[in-house]
Write a protein that binds this ligand. Structure first.
Ligand code: GRF
Length: 201
């Protein structure tokens, strides 16, 4: 499958997915055909380029959402993606983006999307002293973190007494879960079983 990865920042999920296509669960199943950003100076874009991955960007600052999304779609369609993979892409997608790729846009959210939507999910888990949280991989629809869930995995937060530790544990699960969920989706289609497991750490 041809993956395009969209990011706005650090890119640690992008790096984990790229690695998985080379030596992990996505090897022989998927290739990253471009890493795209709405932020031309995103760290993740540089990191992808440094690994020889094609990159593209289109600055979103000051643009109206629908017009920007139509331009982004036109750019991305040149890469003929099978799946559009959001990895810290900090924009809400308009119908102009969602419709052309309907059912083929995937996101990772660092909480159970039934419990917490939007930004600051690790802060939410930390401030509420949750003993565990869930990472969710889901299909993107027109709501904010509302689409059908493809996979979830629990993160044990007991004893995690700083926000940094909560994030460290969560990201470790994100990096493993995202590649596995995409592999299942590519192998079995949309009706992949939901997976639920705890990682030891
Ligand atoms: C991750 O926590 C992801 O779940 C959320 O945004 C963050 C992106 O981090 N959607 P990174 O850029 O992949 O390091």
């Amino acid at each position: 499958a041809r993956l395009v990865i969209l990011l706005s920042g650090r890119g640690s999920n992008m790096l984990a997915l790229l690695e998985a296509t080379k030596t992990g669960v996505l090897h022989g199943l998927a290739e990253v055909v471009v890493v795209f950003s709405n932020k031309p100076d995103a760290f993740g874009l540089e990191a992808a380029a440094a690994l020889g991955c094609p990159i593209a960007s289109l600055p979103s600052q000051g643009r109206k959402r629908e017009a920007y999304d139509a331009d982004a779609v036109a750019l991305l369609q040149q890469y003929q993606p099978d799946l559009v993979v959001l990895a810290g892409y900090m924009r809400i997608l308009s119908p102009a983006f969602i419709q052309p790729f309907a059912g083929r846009i995937i996101n990772i959210h660092p909480a159970d999307t039934h419990q917490h939507q939007g930004l600051h999910a690790y802060e939410w888990a930390f401030e509420n002293k949750l003993p565990e949280t869930k990472i969710t991989v889901h299909l993107v629809d027109e709501g904010l973190d509302t689409g059908p869930i493809l996979a979830q995995q629990t993160v044990d937060l007991r004893g995690a007494d700083t926000l940094q530790e909560v994030e460290r544990r969560g990201l470790a699960v994100e990096h493993e879960l995202y590649a596995r969920a995409l592999a299942e989706l590519i192998n079995h289609g949309r009706h992949a079983e939901r997976s639920e497991a705890s990682l030891p750490h």
